[in-house]
Design a protein around this ligand. Structure first.
Ligand code: GLC
Length: 613
């Protein structure tokens, strides 16, 4: 059970702590700095409430022991008994499909694949395994689950959405939160449901764009899944970059305070997104004040956390941000830390899962492999080409056939994901999974080794390469000035470049380049159709497997294929694809998004998916 299940005891304990805290200590709790700009001494000297790893921001050799050492140092700094009230730090990370930043993690299918599985029980088990692997690195908090109900697959974050159907997202929301948070005991971590609210509803699917819908639709489509998540006890909510009818969520008092906290009774705390408050105004002080007064309780800061802290101190001193608002934010933060038992837990290095290991455990990989199997959607099947025979001389081709990085997608080791096999330690590529059961199979990435005298069938693995957030957008129309302008100057620090010098404001939705300008795979990646045709030209039938973060227009590729499977972003356990290709397990996935046709109409509806008779 949580450390404090009695509301009166909890309240008394919060008030007792609050009464001992200086203004600076209270404001320090409202700051989450990114690890590359925070030292343990900073945590101690400025009473920082949290530190995070942005996508791909990893300590040392990026192994569990490096993470444990890092988390332990920050935690110990926060608990220094140097005359100040020790308040344990909480460390946050994007473990959104496993703790995939870390080398050797079990990487689960991204949410779009879990959606195609239509299996809430499975989703809870995925969350439980993810929690164990987070704990095995000394970390306590993940910015998951994403509850986006993506309405336009041009959006670069479509794959982080379970479905365009709010009912399906709702059926997962509470289960994933329970899988992570459970009884708030030693096997659990803190969840952060995101992004509040309407992230998946922006016009043209532009990341961080403008969600232009009625309140009735906002509630029915985008708020609905949160009801289950909050009922399951989600302890934190992340504010969203998008705007709702032109007003940015980070500064939206109605949404953050009146709806989320007052109407829905959310009693945890709201964390901003990555510098999300900065974009509310060209005047930084005005922006921070807007966010704080709207209901942001903790500020996620990518680099200049000192500026944010200093600005908050000035805003409190001049009354722009009332002390009552600060106390409310800090009460919420303390409430989460107390309910999670953070004050009672040993230091990260001495916790059960830090010592018990289990990172990348076979049991977790088995869950991931099951999820891969259940996520696969058979869109086309001619004759009886499936299941394949393990005795067959199979040609395996395609740029994504032997590329664990590509099958994992974004938020894996690096923010934008990685390519190749060497950084995905453990697990199997799709090729490796096939070859393990069909020893006569041969790999020819471009298909040039196709030989009808040897190869009776080919499996061609095609599709997208990894991306994250705005860099995954398909921008058919250039977007100007409709969303959160990122800082001027070099792109995001997570791309390995220094942050932009000033806080200037560009006029475009994001300074990050989009993935493309069309949903047609043949125009996005013509190499894929070329590979398929190189093989069919030899009279060899092709089973095509599509690796993608969203449905795509694949008319020519599908026409050339005897069978066509949507595999989404399956993660590290590519063997799950072979399990279905060879008939060891049924193909059972069903679309959780409509599949588009050439003319923009729907080619296959939600729920579509063939079975092998
Ligand atoms: C990103 C994302 C958010 C993530 C955060 C920390 O910009 O919008 O989903 O949790 O930053 O990496």
């Amino acid at each position: 059970m949580s450390a404090m299940s009695n509301p009166n005891e909890l309240s008394q304990r919060i008030e007792h702590l609050l009464a001992q805290m200086s203004v600076d200590q209270k404001l320090g709790q409202m700051i989450q700095g990114e690890r590359m700009s925070v030292t343990p001494d900073d945590v101690a000297n400025h009473h920082l409430g949290s530190v995070l790893s942005g996508g791909g921001s990893c300590p040392g050799a990026n192994r569990p022991e490096d993470w444990i050492a890092m988390a332990d140092a920050y935690w110990a700094a926060s608990m220094r008994d140097d005359g100040r009230l020790p308040i344990p730090l909480i460390y946050g990370v994007d473990a959104i499909h496993g703790h995939a930043n870390v080398l050797g993690a079990t990487v689960f299918p991204h949410n779009i694949g879990l959606g195609a599985a239509h299996d809430p029980d499975l989703v809870e088990r995925v969350a439980q395994a993810t929690a164990r692997e987070i704990l095995a690195t000394g970390v306590e908090w993940t910015f998951a689950p994403t509850l986006a109900v993506a309405q336009d697959i041009h959006w670069g974050r479509t794959y982080e959405s379970y479905s365009s159907d709010p009912a399906l997202v709702t059926s997962y929301a509470g289960r994933f939160v329970r899988g992570l948070q459970g009884d708030l005991g030693q096997d659990t971590v803190v969840a952060s449901v995101k992004h509040w609210v309407g992230d998946g509803g922006t016009t043209n699917g532009v990341d961080q764009g403008n969600t232009e819908i009625s309140e009735a639709e906002l509630r029915a489509v985008h708020i609905a899944p949160y009801l289950e998540a909050l009922a399951a006890g989600a302890l934190t909510v992340m504010a969203s970059f998008n705007s709702w009818n032109g007003v940015k969520c980070h500064g939206h008092r109605y949404l953050l305070t009146e709806v989320l906290k007052e109407e829905l009774g959310f009693d945890g705390f709201v964390i901003s997104d990555w510098d999300g408050a900065d974009y509310l105004s060209p005047d930084y002080s005005v922006a921070i004040a807007m966010a704080a007064n709207a209901g942001v309780d903790m500020f996620m800061v990518s680099a200049d956390w000192r500026r944010c802290l200093r600005t908050l101190q000035e805003l409190v001193a001049n009354g722009t941000v009332p002390m009552a608002r600060v106390d409310d934010a800090v009460r919420r933060i303390l409430s989460v830390k107390i309910r999670y038992g953070l004050f009672e837990r040993p230091r990260p290095a001495e916790r059960h899962w830090s010592r018990a290991g289990g990172f990348g455990a076979d049991a977790h990989r088995a869950v991931a492999r099951e999820a891969v199997r259940k996520s696969l959607v058979l869109l086309k099947q001619e004759g009886d080409i499936l299941p394949l025979s393990t005795d067959a001389t199979i040609l395996v081709a395609g740029k994504n056939a032997d590329n664990r990085g590509h099958q994992c997608g974004g938020f894996t080791v690096a923010w934008q994901g990685v390519s190749g096999n060497d950084q995905i330690i453990g697990g199997t590529s799709i090729w490796e999974g096939i070859h393990a059961v069909a020893p006569q199979a041969e790999l020819s990435v471009d298909g040039s080794a196709a030989d009808p005298s040897r190869h009776t069938v080919a499996v061609v693995v095609i599709g997208e390469r990894p991306y994250a957030e705005g860099m995954g957008d398909i921008r058919v129309v250039p977007q100007v000035g409709t969303g959160s302008a990122r800082r001027d100057g070099p792109a995001d620090a997570r791309l390995g470049q220094p942050m932009g010098a000033g806080s200037g404001f560009g006029g475009i939705t994001t300074s990050l380049p989009a993935y493309g300008t069309t949903l047609e795979l043949a125009r996005l990646h013509p190499e894929d159709l070329a590979t398929i045709r190189r093989i069919t030209a030899q009279g060899i039938p092709v089973v095509t497997v599509l690796i993608s973060g969203r449905p795509l227009i694949v008319t020519p590729e599908m026409a050339e294929s005897a069978a066509f499977i949507a595999a989404w972003l399956p993660g590290s356990e590519g063997q799950g694809v072979a399990d279905v290709l060879f008939g060891d397990h049924p193909v059972q996935g069903r679309l959780s998004f409509p599949w588009p046709d050439d003319d923009g109409a729907t080619r296959y509806p939600i729920g579509y998916g063939l079975s092998l008779n």
